[in-house]
Design a protein around this ligand. Structure first.
Ligand code: SF4
Length: 208
């Protein structure tokens, strides 16, 4: 990453961390992916049952390979995947990225099954959200635009979905059962439980 872009990102992240505090969420600055991995591992105890939502960010970080007491719904056989996603809602620690984070500190997410946004709202005792600097958006409208133009088309291609955005790169506001990944739109603007949502902001590009 260009050094001036990196410096600008650092200032943006510092600004977001202050705004997260007002929203009862805790933010952390990490300069590199390596630093972010170490930070996450320091926040998980050996007794904790850990789960996660589908995330290119987590895959790129390689963090899941360092954890053993886990529920991994993505690796479960198809007939068990739904139950595993339900079980994950009662894990001790839930790892996820966010589709976008605003300069005001709001987490903006769109989800196909709803299990990831459900866990962010309620269930796991601790939620650790990791976001690269590429996820920063000016405000909620910009965050939603980013999701429809950047995150969802790439995610649909990653997941092999037959959606307009996967074919043309442009959102067609699809409503196709089993295909759309835009079923639920959730903005986390405040955590009603203190010390629950921890947001690790990494000054690198991560996921999409
Ligand atoms: S609504 Fe459909 S076409 Fe639009 S971004 Fe979501 S999955 Fe893609």
């Amino acid at each position: 990453m260009n050094e001036f872009v990196k410096k600008a990102n650092q200032k943006k992240i510092e600004h977001i961390i202050k705004n997260l505090e007002k929203r009862n969420m805790k933010g952390y600055y990490c300069d590199t992916i390596k630093e972010a991995n170490e930070k996450i591992l320091s926040m998980i105890s050996t007794d904790d049952l850990v789960s996660w939502g589908g995330s290119a960010t987590l895959d790129e970080m390689g963090i899941k390979e360092n954890l053993s007491n886990v529920i991994d719904a993505q690796k479960a056989p198809q007939e068990k995947a739904y139950e595993e996603k339900r079980r994950a809602l009662l894990s001790d620690v839930y790892l996820t990225s966010t589709n976008a984070i605003t300069m005001e500190g709001e987490l903006v997410n769109i989800d196909g099954n709803g299990n990831r946004v459900a866990a962010m709202c309620f269930g796991p005792h601790k939620v650790i959200v990791v976001a690269g600097a590429n996820k920063i958006a000016e405000d909620e409208a910009a965050a939603l635009a980013r999701i429809h133009t950047e995150a969802s088309p790439a995610n649909c291609i990653r997941l092999g979905k037959k959606t307009p955005c996967a074919v043309t790169g442009i959102c067609g506001k699809c409503l196709t059962p089993g295909q759309t990944i835009c079923s639920y739109t959730v903005t986390t603007r405040f955590s009603c439980v203190a010390d629950r949502i921890h947001v690790i902001l990494v000054n690198e590009d991560l996921g999409f």
